[in-house]
Ligand binder design. Structure first.
Ligand code: SAM
Length: 269
């Protein structure tokens, strides 16, 4: 049964939070593409490359609010204020965010501020880094034999935040994906070992996953920081911890940068 037209019509939102996936243009959703193509203004950060920005109208304004070498990200309050200003000026604004806007993307904070200012918000989901990196590396994040639970967590919290529940993260039978985990890899390694996770637990380190510059490294919990240092791993990178990470290699070989699984984009740099 089809609904009458007036029941399914949705008023256009002044600000669209657009999940843009891991960086590869062909992992944008069609809905994200349409939002980018129709925006008057695009507000974007450092994980959004030209490949995606090129879909914008030639007359669209592009405002960069991310981090560049030696610069800091525009404070979140200023990004929020900018979005409110643009919306009030009647600009159809696409706020482009890496991955999914609601997974470690501060999309919730931006939505709160916009709504508090009386501005409607549309959210377009995106392929989050854990899904993109796992697919690119051929790692099944869940698997009936190895992991029935998937945890998405971050190695980086705001100052003063509660400590992670390391005991829960160290449990067997699950996969833990650490976003922003490279800088705090030492703490991750130390705490998981201290909370009983075996040193031989497999870890896949995936840099710029699902993009043309992807690199994949196999490690174990005991070798995590050494592997990151030896391979000079740089952000953005994701850590996938658990038995399923064995799909990329045995974790003991210094040459184990791996075009594993379906990683057709893998390029060792
Ligand atoms: C601020 S968080 C944003 C996450 C994003 N909202 C998402 O859903 O994927 C940025 C972190 O996501 C991870 N990340 C994003 N894109 C990635 C990629 N292509 N490859 C590996 N990790 C990525 C990295 O851990 C990076 O430090």
């Amino acid at each position: 049964m089809s609904l009458p037209q007036e029941k399914i019509a949705v008023a256009p939102a002044p600000v669209v939070l657009v999940g843009c996936g891991p960086g590869a243009a062909d992992l944008l959703t069609l809905r994200a593409l349409r939002a980018i193509e129709s925006a008057d203004v695009l507000v974007y950060d450092n994980l959004i490359g030209d490949e995606i920005l090129d879909f914008a109208r030639p007359d669209a304004e592009k405002i960069y609010v991310g981090k560049r070498a030696a610069q800091h990200t525009l404070p979140q309050e200023e990004i929020n204020a900018l979005l409110v200003r643009l919306a009030r000026a009647g600009k159809r604004t696409a706020r482009l965010k890496g991955g999914d806007p609601f997974i470690f993307g501060r999309g919730g904070e931006e939505m709160d501020e916009l709504r508090a200012a009386g501005i409607a918000v549309e959210v377009i989901p995106g392929v989050t880094a854990a899904a993109a990196c796992a697919a690119a590396a051929g790692i099944p994040l869940t698997h009936r034999e190895h992991a029935r639970t998937l945890v998405l967590t971050t190695g980086h919290s705001k100052p003063g935040a509660q400590d992670p529940d390391w005991e829960a993260l160290a449990r067997p039978g699950q996969t833990v994906a650490f976003y922003m985990g490279v800088r705090n890899a030492g703490e991750i390694e130390r705490e998981l070992l201290a909370h009983g996770m075996p040193g031989e637990t497999k870890i896949a380190i995936i840099e710029r996953g699902a993009t043309a510059r992807q690199r994949i490294h196999a490690a174990t919990l005991a070798t995590l920081t050494a592997r990151i240092a030896a391979a000079a791993v740089k952000a953005p990178a994701l850590l996938i911890v658990g038995e399923v990470a064995a799909y990329v290699g045995d974790g003991t070989d210094a040459n184990s940068d791996s075009p594993a699984g379906s990683a057709k984009h893998t390029a060792n740099e």
